[in-house]
Design a protein around this ligand. Structure first.
Ligand SMILES: *[C@@H]1O[C@H](CO)[C@@H](O)[C@H](O)[C@H]1NC(C)=O
Ligand SMILES: *[C@@H]1O[C@H](CO)[C@@H](O)[C@H](O)[C@H]1NC(C)=O
Ligand SMILES: *[C@@H]1O[C@H](CO)[C@@H](O)[C@H](O)[C@H]1NC(C)=O
Ligand SMILES: *[C@@H]1O[C@H](CO)[C@@H](O)[C@H](O)[C@H]1NC(C)=O
Ligand SMILES: *[C@@H]1O[C@H](CO)[C@@H](O)[C@H](O)[C@H]1NC(C)=O
Ligand SMILES: *[C@@H]1O[C@H](CO)[C@@H](O)[C@H](O)[C@H]1NC(C)=O
Ligand SMILES: *[C@@H]1O[C@H](CO)[C@@H](O)[C@H](O)[C@H]1NC(C)=O
Ligand SMILES: *[C@@H]1O[C@H](CO)[C@@H](O)[C@H](O)[C@H]1NC(C)=O
Ligand SMILES: *[C@@H]1O[C@H](CO)[C@@H](O)[C@H](O)[C@H]1NC(C)=O
Length: 652
């Protein structure tokens, strides 16, 4: 591996910084919902003993990715490549023997200590080998006590990956995350300022330094990942919707609602033939557990016994607006980070999307007649919840509580230079969402609010149809979405306990003369958590959290689905009838946690079981399973594990 040749590191290790912004992370709103872990049964007031155990391998169960070795797993700490059926996906050696492909480059080796406001900044120069594929590997070691932290990687002004960190043990943890970055090929082909923002805080209590290594592997495939009906064709151009601070070596995300997440784009290419907007959002502080926030009317209901509750309801909608028009929405997946609800739920198996928060694709091609007119256009990302009257009337709010980290980008495919896309912008059919709310507050004999129960459901549909004329053809171009949300939830025990039976389902589709894209998704979440606080502050937590994710995607995708490796290696026939991909997983767990009043130690154990299935769907809609994992863990140890590739048991 070439080290430092293509990269110069100019961010140093800073162990102390006086001006740390600690409010984000040290004291999240949810008094008992986001706890640091790690000093297990070891006094944090004495210096930690030298670790006698190897660090614990943590992982997110996920579909494999394509690397030069073939289909490669990223959901084990050992990460063996998944041969033997793999053919190498690499093309025959390049003519110039001095140019090796693949080539691997270390992009960052960095310790994040007090790093709020101090991202890693490096200069990236494209490697000299020929490549059409890019995969990164982020490997982290951390030991001590620490919260989960937010990491965002940028190439210049464009966010390319949003992650969070796992919470350590006293003897250390380690994880790897491989990510297919080929969707950003046009950026990787140019020199870039690479910014990796990982906001950590280290003091006498929170001792975990985040020791990270980020490498990128560049290689050339035989082009087979562009299979019939499962198109994965990187965009020609990517326009960021961000604060655009990359050249100053700063992170570019907006911190909403303090900062409106909006950009005016003066130079939208007039020869665009397809444009897809993706949003990256992450709730922090009062918005981290937005899916359990209470109706706005009830934020003070438990003021006397618990404190103020975060509000705007447990519903959120991310809106993408173009010149003020609603172009599409994303109802976010409720990612639970590794300190969330009870930390022991998340070790060693972290929550769904904890290491890779997915981006929703919104096809904005129906807006091309407007966007290609040569004038400036405004893109805005808004997040809203609900405001209510304390009974059954509720409407979309205009903002949320603090805070959301937001950025967006537009993936654009171009016709030949000089071609101008025209057409007629159609009408938007987007009635306001239909909202049904009921709620009931009960008191004890002396009038203290003891329980709040609510049932909330929201649904909406949105369609935009335009006539678009590009260099290669003309016709009707549509984007449509249909979404449903329900949450039967509540708060009990004077504010300390939460119950949520949450469900989002949706279907999106894009059609055009030369494009088809369709996805359907479901996000079930059941969370039941209790907290008991003794007069001396002793805290006992218990929770059951069952979470699922079911996503089908077909057609012309922007971001990789996971099929790429199976197609490139011939496990799936390139010219077969594969129409799309399907991910279906449940990750269920229970855990308890105890901490005495003086916070001198924490203990607890969690039990987790995850079944994960990834497959291809054929044109008849039938799924064939390509990757399957059934894994259980108890008290930081994997207790059962089975892995199958294309039906074959490959459990180590
Ligand atoms: C990822 O990077 C780490 C550290 O650089 C390395 O130990 C590991 O083998 C890499 N994983 C893969 C699958 O290449
Ligand atoms: C992280 O790196 C620091 C030096 O920057 C080192 O002192 C520490 O032991 C490392 N932590 C782990 C868990 O390897
Ligand atoms: C109970 O909750 C309602 C609604 O938030 C609030 O108006 C009322 O003041 C609360 N009662 C007490 C005793 O806290
Ligand atoms: C919520 O729905 C359930 C099931 O229909 C019902 O039993 C319960 O009373 C409802 N709660 C409220 C607050 O409307
Ligand atoms: C009602 O709850 C409040 C707050 O927890 C408590 O102070 C009060 O003693 C309770 N009343 C009864 C009758 O239990
Ligand atoms: C939630 O957990 C509590 C405590 O374990 C239990 O009593 C209650 O029945 C659970 N509720 C549901 C709906 O599972
Ligand atoms: C509560 O925590 C204190 C330390 O702050 C400890 O002395 C006490 O024994 C704990 N009580 C219980 C019941 O665990
Ligand atoms: C998780 O719980 C759901 C219901 O809450 C159940 O349908 C599913 O089978 C469970 N899955 C696992 C892996 O335990
Ligand atoms: C969890 O494992 C630790 C050792 O790592 C042990 O000390 C502890 O007793 C275990 N807890 C439970 C509840 O099994």
């Amino acid at each position: 591996m070439k080290r430092g040749l293509l990269f110069s590191l100019f961010a140093g290790v800073a162990l102390t910084r006086p001006d740390v912004k600690s409010s984000h992370a040290i004291h999240p709103f949810a008094k008992y919902k986001n706890l640091a872990s790690g000093a297990d049964t070891t006094s944090i007031t004495t210096s930690a003993p030298a670790p006698t155990r190897a660090p614990l391998g943590c992982f997110q169960v996920a579909e494999p990715v394509l690397t030069p070795s073939g289909v490669t797993r990223r959901d084990t700490s050992q990460l063996p490549a998944l041969s033997p059926m793999n053919q190498k996906p690499i093309e025959a050696a390049a003519d110039d023997a001095s140019v090796s492909s693949p080539c691997a480059v270390v992009l960052m080796e960095h310790t994040f200590a007090n790093s709020y406001g101090f991202p890693f900044v490096g200069q990236y120069t494209p490697p000299k080998c020929d490549f059409d594929y890019v995969v990164i590997n982020f490997t982290t070691l951390v030991r001590g006590r620490q919260f989960d932290r937010t990491g965002v990687m940028y190439l210049g002004d464009t966010e390319v990956w949003r992650t969070s960190t796992a919470e350590p043990t006293s003897y250390g943890i380690r994880w790897e995350w491989l990510k297919d970055m080929t969707a950003f090929l046009s950026l990787w082909k140019q020199p870039q300022t690479l910014i990796f923002d990982l906001e950590n805080i280290v003091d006498n209590t929170y001792t975990g330094l985040l020791n990270t290594t980020l490498t990128a592997t560049f290689f050339k495939t035989a082009g087979k990942s562009k299979a019939n009906g499962a198109q994965y064709h990187p965009a020609d151009l990517i326009i960021p919707i961000s604060q655009r601070l990359g050249s100053a070596g700063k992170p570019s995300q907006f911190v909403y609602p303090a900062q409106p997440a909006t950009n005016t784009v003066a130079n939208f290419p007039r020869n665009a033939n397809r444009a897809v907007f993706t949003v990256d959002v992450k709730g922090q502080g009062n918005e981290e557990f937005w899916w359990s926030n209470v109706p706005q009317s009830a934020v003070h209901a438990f003021q006397a016994t618990y404190g103020e509750y975060p509000g705007y309801s447990p519903f959120r909608e991310v809106q993408v607006r173009i010149d003020g028009y609603l172009a599409g929405v994303s109802w976010p997946f409720p990612v639970i980070y590794t300190g969330g609800v009870v930390p022991q739920l998340h070790r060693p198996i972290v929550g769904i999307q904890a290491f890779d928060i997915s981006e929703h694709e919104i096809d904005i091609s129906p807006f091309l007649p407007l966007l290609c007119d040569g004038k400036a256009h405004t893109f805005e990302i808004k997040i809203v919840g609900l405001v209510d009257d304390g009974k059954s009337a509720a409407t979309l709010s205009t903002t949320t509580d603090d805070e959301w980290y937001i950025s967006g980008k537009i993936f654009i495919w171009l016709d030949d230079q000089g071609s101008v896309t025209t057409g007629t912008l159609g009408t938007l059919d987007a009635a306001p969402p239909v909202i049904a709310l009921s709620q009931r507050l009960t008191q004890n004999a002396t009038g203290a609010n003891e329980t709040l129960a609510y049932n909330l459901s929201v649904s909406r549909t949105l369609t935009i149809t335009s006539h678009v004329k590009t260099q290669t053809g003309q016709g009707t171009v549509t984007w449509s979405q249909s979404l449903a949300y329900s949450n039967n939830g509540g708060v009990s025990n004077f504010g300390n306990n939460n119950l949520n039976a949450f469900y989002i389902s949706g279907a999106d589709a894009a059609t055009g003369p030369s494009t088809t894209y369709a996805t359907s998704y479901a996000y079930p979440l059941f969370s039941n958590s209790t907290a008991d606080v003794a007069p001396q502050g002793n805290l006992t937590l218990w929770a059951q959290v069952d979470q699922g994710l079911h996503v089908e995607i077909s057609g012309d995708v922007v971001l990789p689905t996971g099929l790429e490796g199976f197609i490139a290696t011939g496990i799936l026939p390139a010219k077969g009838a594969i129409k799309g991909s399907v991910v279906s997983t449940w990750r269920n767990g229970t855990a308890n946690y105890y901490r005495p009043g003086d916070n001198s130690f924490s203990s607890g154990a969690g039990r987790t079981h995850q079944i994960f299935s990834f497959g291809g769907i054929n044109s008849g809609g039938q799924a064939s399973e390509l990757y399957h994992r059934d894994v259980s863990a108890y008290n930081d140890t994997v207790t059962a594990d089975q892995v199958k590739i294309a039906g074959k048991d490959v459990t180590a």
